[in-house]
Design a protein around this ligand. Structure first.
Ligand code: PMP
Length: 394
């Protein structure tokens, strides 16, 4: 049986992306690698909705490395930072900042919710913050923060804004330039539609300037200053070397970004269309979970992510549901946040799979079949498919 990988990363990828990296590894100086690298950097600005003077970086590594790169390039030891904390990955960001020697203030809400504008404003007024850090979508809770509001508040308080977009970039609206955000970072294995292996971020002019003003330089391997000439060389289609790039992944990145920019959905094109597709599928998923009598972990549909559903187990059901779903050929994930781990499961819906109706229907049918198999009553077979298709048709 072919399995469908519906965890919140790594994810199903397109055949074209798979073909792009399934080759003998080329040199980092090969002309087609240089071209793919340079074009990927240009395409990142489009996908990130970033200004022409914003600087993209791509290095070998995972999302965690991109988080570390952001923290170490804009904050000096002893500086105040605000963390808008919505779960497990915000906790990770906070710990990284502590290790960098930053003085932390955290603003949070009950798990499954986000702090509001008033609380964030009050927190911002409590000290002179260098930067605000937030997790755009915390994969542990399926909660999305209002990144536009946080960016604007940070700017109004003369602080930089840094967003962990690992579970959001290319699946959730993010207008880096229009909102005045300073760093948006991600890993390759989520909504960008690649395997794991690349750490990616785009830094604003102010974030680049913040690096130059640091007293304590970041570790060399993640230093903006060290990587800038390399990114410039690739964008100018020239040869360069600092640390070996993941060349096959760069070829695949070019293809994945190209697929995103080629999207159409209604009148929308490019990244706007890709995000609209994610919104459309996420809404259909949520309507299907409701039809099955399931409840979401996020406190409201408004803050529920496009990229995954975090769903509470029904009364009397636990992790055996995930096993039952996998027996039906669909791999989903259990809970992640240590405080609630046993109370919910997660279904990823991001990247190429959102265009594959068959895989999406297989997913909702597997959840329905598993619920019936573990003894949940009152579900008539066919409910999930009917609800999903009806929602998708709207
Ligand atoms: N931030 C978020 C929101 C994530 O979902 C993840 C990965 N699940 C990470 C950071 C860490 O990324 P990686 O596992 O690629 O290091």
């Amino acid at each position: 049986m072919t399995e469908v990988l519906m965890i919140p990363g790594p994810i199903e990828i397109s055949e074209a992306v798979q073909r792009a990296y399934s080759i003998a590894p080329p040199s980092h100086l090969a002309p087609h690698v240089i071209e793919a690298f340079g074009r990927s950097l240009e395409r990142m600005r489009e996908v990130w909705c970033a200004s022409p003077d914003a600087q993209p970086f791509v290095i070998a590594g995972s999302g965690t490395l991109a988080m570390e790169m952001a923290a170490a390039n804009v904050v000096d030891p002893g500086e105040h930072v605000l963390v808008v904390n919505t779960g497990y990955f915000s906790d990770r960001m906070a710990e990284m900042l502590r290790r960098r020697g930053a003085v932390l203030t955290e603003v949070s809400a009950d798990l499954g919710d986000t702090p509001g504008e008033e609380e964030i404003t009050a927190a911002l007024e409590s000290a002179d913050f260098k930067a605000v850090f937030a997790t755009h979508v915390d994969t542990s809770t399926g909660v999305r923060v209002d990144a536009e509001m946080i960016s604007r508040l940070a700017t109004a308080h003369d602080a930089l804004s840094v967003f962990d977009g690992v579970c959001a970039t290319a699946g959730e609206a993010f207008e880096m330039q229009a909102w005045g955000a300073d760093i948006y970072l991600t890993g390759s294995q989520k909504a960008l539609g690649l395997p794991a292996g690349l750490a990616l971020l785009v830094a604003s002019k102010d974030a680049m300037a913040a690096r130059e003003e640091l007293d304590s330089p970041p570790p060399m391997s993640i230093d903006f200053h060290q990587w800038l000439p390399i990114m410039n060389a690739y964008e100018g289609r020239g040869k360069s070397y600092f640390a070996t790039p993941a060349t096959t992944m760069i070829l695949a990145l070019d293809v994945a970004l190209g697929e995103i920019l080629d999207c159409t959905h209604g009148d929308a094109t490019g990244i706007a269309a890709r995000i609209a597709q994610h919104e459309h599928v996420a809404s259909a998923m949520r309507q299907t979970w409701a039809a099955l009598g399931l409840e979401l972990l996020p406190a409201s549909g408004e803050i529920a992510a496009n990229t995954l559903s975090a769903i509470r187990y029904p009364e009397g059901v636990g992790a055996e549901l995930v096993g039952e779903i996998s027996e039906r050929g669909v791999i989903v994930a259990g809970g992640l946040h240590p405080e609630l781990k046993t109370e919910y499961f997660r279904v990823g819906h991001m990247g190429d799979v959102i265009t594959r109706r068959d895989a999406l229907i297989k997913t909702v049918e597997a959840v329905e079949g598993a619920l019936i198999a573990v003894g949940v009553e009152g579900i008539s077979p066919g409910t999930a498919k009917a609800a999903f298709e009806a929602a998708l048709a709207n």
